[in-house]
Design a protein around this ligand. Structure first.
Ligand code: HAX
Length: 435
């Protein structure tokens, strides 16, 4: 990965003076005021994180390094016969903001291939867990188990200057990232495919080899590429990205930080929503006893969910105020590849009804679907019906973004993150209502 590392170093050297200048000359410029509502209400809209890897506009949606999803798919190189770019070319792009040439992409493909084998002790850790352990727990444990490999820790203990932190962090990331699809596929086959495993195919790229190790035929390789890229990054404030960034800010290494980020992703208000969507939809379809759902019946089921105090999974967002472009991108895939699939039709019917129901209820600021409302149906169509595995797929994709971010965090010398808390009495005093 020397070519990627060289370009990255050049980008870091160019970028560092911008951060230094902002801190030296403009540190007192105000970005926003924080209200009591924001302090109690999960810091929504508080602008206090910095990343250049992606930016989320409430109405436009995500841009990766300045490009929208369609622009990103269009710009990156694709291998003959593939509709989606390789994950490796996307990794190069996220790290450096430059569209790689085929040669630069091939270097990452070969670099990742050399690192994708799981150590035996990770397999031993997975196998020691009780059989009903959730796949996300196994995924997080597998990542954490590899922490002993950290080059960052070794170099830190030897004594290194802070200007060099990013290099061993980058090395750790390049060792860890290619192992994640292997880890995910191992968990999947251990739990759901009678513990029968498929050896890697050294001819295939990350997406292709993942599909192969999962035991799912083409075009699942392209589905994997699309899925991992779509789920990679959503700027820095979402819970998995923020957790990874926070943990790494203590100079904890990428294994600790990613494992923590994956734990954040495992919540039903975040990545686990993709599992919740399928579980909700299947329960709903079971309740119909084989009858085709009408929009009236869907409306009632959605209201029943709301009236029982639960959320409608896959709808709403803390930042977005329109349909998530990641949802749209997957919907386009469905319209092209599985337009008449009954489950897709139900998901589309829910899309017709749920925003109206949420608007009528009047609580959710964004009644539109997010990425998780559309992802499970694609997995289901290609035979991956074990929905408690879906968030692991999200986790493999999310790693691309959050690991890129923590390399840049170290490169730009971002310090330990430590916001300030207040007491309720202090808020009452600020509000002028203290007894
Ligand atoms: N169903 C029911 N109620 C919802 C709702 C939904 N889908 N979305 C928001 N609300 C409710 C909130 O629970 C909140 O209710 P209270 O006032 O009683 O607390 C109210 O509407 C206002 O919430 P908001 O400001 O619109 O949304 P938040 O920023 O607080 O929360 C969530 C954003 C994504 C957590 C929320 O929309 C939700 O719970 N959605 C369903 C779960 C989901 O799909 N999560 C995945 C989000 C995308 C993602 O991160 N993927 O990983």
């Amino acid at each position: 990965m020397e070519g990627l590392k060289k370009t990255l170093k050049q980008k870091i050297d160019e970028h560092r003076p911008r951060t230094v200048r902002l801190l030296k000359e403009h540190a007192d410029v105000k970005l926003c005021d924080v209200t009591i509502g924001q302090a109690i209400g999960g810091a929504r809209g508080v602008r206090c994180l910095v990343t250049d890897v992606s930016y989320l506009d409430p109405f436009e949606g995500i841009r990766f390094r300045g490009r929208t999803i369609p622009e990103t798919f269009e710009a990156l190189p694709k291998d003959a016969g593939n509709e989606y770019p390789s994950v490796e070319s996307f990794f190069y792009y996220l790290m450096t903001s430059e569209i790689p040439t085929q040669e630069q992409t091939d270097e990452v493909i070969e670099g990742f291939k050399a690192k994708r084998q799981l150590p035996q002790y990770v397999i031993d850790v997975l196998r020691a867990a009780p059989t009903d352990t959730h796949p996300m727990t196994l995924f997080s444990q597998g990542i954490l188990a590899m922490q002993r490999e950290s080059v960052f820790v070794k170099r830190y203990n030897e004594g290194m200057t802070k200007f060099d932190y990013w290099e061993p962090m980058f090395e750790d990331v390049c060792n860890l990232m290619p192992k994640l699809p292997t880890l995910a596929a191992y968990i999947y086959r251990m739990k759901y495919k009678a513990d029968i495993h498929i050896p890697e195919d050294p001819a295939l790229d990350l997406g292709g080899n993942f599909a192969h190790m999962m035991g799912i035929d083409a075009p699942y390789d392209d589905v994997a590429r699309m899925y991992f890229i779509l789920h990679s990054d959503h700027e820095s404030g979402n819970a998995s990205a923020h957790t990874t960034h926070l943990v790494a800010s203590t100079l904890s290494d990428s294994y600790y930080a990613l494992s923590a980020g994956i734990n954040a992703l495992a919540g039903p208000l975040h990545g686990l929503a993709n599992q919740e969507v399928l579980s909700w939809t299947m329960k709903f379809m079971d309740s119909l006893g084989g009858a085709e759902p009408t929009e009236e019946v869907i409306k009632k089921a959605l209201w029943d969910t709301l009236n029982s105090g639960q959320v409608i999974p896959g709808y709403g967002h803390a930042v977005l105020r329109k349909t998530d472009p990641r949802y749209e991108s997957q919907r386009e895939f469905c319209l092209k590849n599985l337009p008449d699939y009954p489950l897709f039709k139900v998901i589309s019917q829910i899309y017709n009804v749920a925003p109206g129901v949420l608007t009528e209820q009047g609580k959710a600021k964004n009644p539109w679907p997010n990425v998780d409302a559309q992802s499970g149906v694609i997995q289901w169509y290609y035979g991956l019906t074990d929905w408690d595995f879906y968030t692991v797929l999200f986790g493999v994709g999310r790693a691309l973004g959050v690991l890129t971010n923590i390399v840049w965090d170290r490169a730009l010398g971002y310090p330990l993150e430590r916001p300030k808390s207040l007491t309720t009495a202090m808020l009452e005093e600020a509000a002028g209502i203290k007894e």
